[in-house]
Design a protein. Structure first.
Length: 137
């Protein structure tokens, strides 16, 4: 079955939303295959966010992701890559649909769009790459 890499970002961990986020993943019927709380390093984030290097939000995003522990999860299930992104909602929590993690739980932090609680891999290639970065092979 398909696997995806999910991160509960530092805002989610700090606000005590990890349990609620995991509950939504499980309620949808996905399985938690791996789970750990870790503080990211610049090296890991440079790999994870390689596609965004050079963009204006890259440095603030990396600083934010270093601001506290994250919970890294490998979730498993049929169409979990697309399914989790649908569960997460669109990138900006201000306009993410109600019913989604970002829409229900995400706060408007002004320009800090990066504080959107979760990350989910966006393709099979990204998922394989990101699972390798956070959990090794
Ligand atoms: P992820 O699941 O975290 O990858 O979110 P995404 O796929 O919805 O967004 P994308 O991969 O385009 O961007 C990665 C992360 O960078 C986002 O989740 C945000 O945290 C942040 N980000 C993306 N676009 C912006 C932006 O325009 N401004 C700021 N400040 N942050 C952004
Ligand atoms: Mg993305």
């Amino acid at each position: 079955t398909e696997r995806t890499l999910i991160l509960v970002k530092p805002d989610g961990v700090k606000r005590g939303l990890t349990g609620q986020i995991i509950a939504r993943i499980e309620a949808k019927g996905y399985t938690i295959a791996e789970l750990k709380q870790v503080t990211a390093t610049r090296e890991v984030l440079a790999q994870h966010y390689a596609e965004h290097e050079g963009k204006p939000f890259y440095e603030p995003l990396v600083e934010f992701m270093l601001s506290g522990p994250v919970v890294a999860i490998v979730a498993e299930g049929h169409n979990v890559i697309t399914g989790f992104r649908s569960l997460a909602g669109t990138t900006d929590p201000t306009t993410a649909a109600p019913g989604t993690i970002r829409g229900d739980l995400g706060r408007d932090w002004g320009l800090k769009v990066q504080q959107n609680l979760v990350h989910g891999s966006d393709s099979e290639e990204s998922a394989a790459r990101e699972i390798g970065i956070w959990f090794g092979n």
